[in-house]
Design a protein around this ligand. Structure first.
Ligand code: HEM
Length: 265
């Protein structure tokens, strides 16, 4: 494995950009952030985090015309996430759109922008549907860490390994470079941090399952927004354990990508 490239990718995901979170008046004041399933004209993404925020009105329930500042404020209000790396991801998301400064959630399925193979709950692009929740795909995560009622960073690493093995065995077009590995790792630390304890990376199975299956905050089941800010530092600590337990190696390498000042991956 090219550790140098990987560390640069980690640096990208952990980068502190010092960005200012713009104020944005979300719909939260008017609808109390109750969960409402998307209506027929509403759109959703391959990301359970953004979809949950839209289903609770932290993001526009339409899923359309979403700006980076809207995402930054919604992440904070809904999950107490203050990750600069995720605002960077949100900026990548803009590339899915022809609009100047907004994106629609469904456009985020654009393969190999952020969307990747070997997802936890979505099929591979080359095999059909890379947008919607898929219970069969989700079974790797669902059945992990047997005998206890929580997932943790060790089990998350094992799930990443299993999901990649399945993709490599069933999808000859699987893309698996350090870029995909970095995104997949961060997505795993995110479900542990937002549904569980961001300092330990331990998350109750019931909460994680509701998050993925229903894209709902499991408030009725006892979930609470983290009191602790979910920072890049906290997510990075969980990332490290996940990576150590995923037994990962690349099957392709990506060319150098210049993504911004000091950001070459
Ligand atoms: C609000 C905080 C966020 C949380 C909790 C979150 C969580 C997750 C998780 C757990 C996955 C993995 C889904 C799977 O493998 O089945 C994922 C995937 C994804 N996320 Fe997010 N995410 C967040 C923010 C973002 C942002 C800011 C963007 C960019 C605008 C984004 C775009 C995506 C995309 C495109 C995927 C699909 C990747 C794939 O599985 O192919 N997410 N996210």
């Amino acid at each position: 494995m090219n550790l140098f490239k990987l560390s640069l990718l980690q640096a990208l995901l952990l980068a502190v950009s010092g960005g200012v979170i713009a104020t944005y008046s979300s719909s939260s004041s008017s609808d109390n952030n109750v969960w409402i399933a998307p209506g027929p004209t509403d759109v959703r993404s391959p990301c359970p985090g953004l979809n949950t925020l839209a289903n609770h009105g932290y993001l526009p329930r339409s899923g359309k015309n979403i700006s980076v500042p809207m995402i930054a404020e919604a992440m904070l209000d809904g999950f107490n996430i203050v990750s600069e790396a995720l605002t960077q991801a949100a900026k990548f998301g803009l590339l899915s759109s022809f609009a100047l400064a907004t994106m629609d959630l469904d456009a985020l399925k654009l393969h190999s922008l952020i969307e990747h193979d070997a997802s936890l709950s979505r099929g591979d692009f080359a095999l059909g549907d890379n947008l919607h929740f898929n219970e069969t795909i989700f079974s790797s995560l669902l059945n992990s860490n047997p005998g206890v009622d929580y997932y943790n960073a060790t089990s998350a690493g094992h799930v990443m390994h299993d999901r990649l093995a399945i993709s490599l065995a069933t999808n000859p077009n699987t893309t698996n470079t350090p870029k995909e590995f970095a995104f997949r790792t961060r997505e795993s630390s995110l479900y542990l941090a937002v549904m569980g304890n961001p300092l330990t990376g331990v998350a109750p199975k019931q909460f994680v399952e509701i998050f993925f299956r229903e894209e709902r905050l499991p408030i009725a089941e006892g979930w609470k927004r983290s009191n602790t800010s979910i920072t890049d530092e906290a997510l990075g600590a969980i990332d490290n354990i996940i990576m150590a337990n995923s037994n990962w190696t690349f099957t392709q390498m990506c060319e150098d990508l210049v993504l911004g000042p000091g950001l070459t991956v």
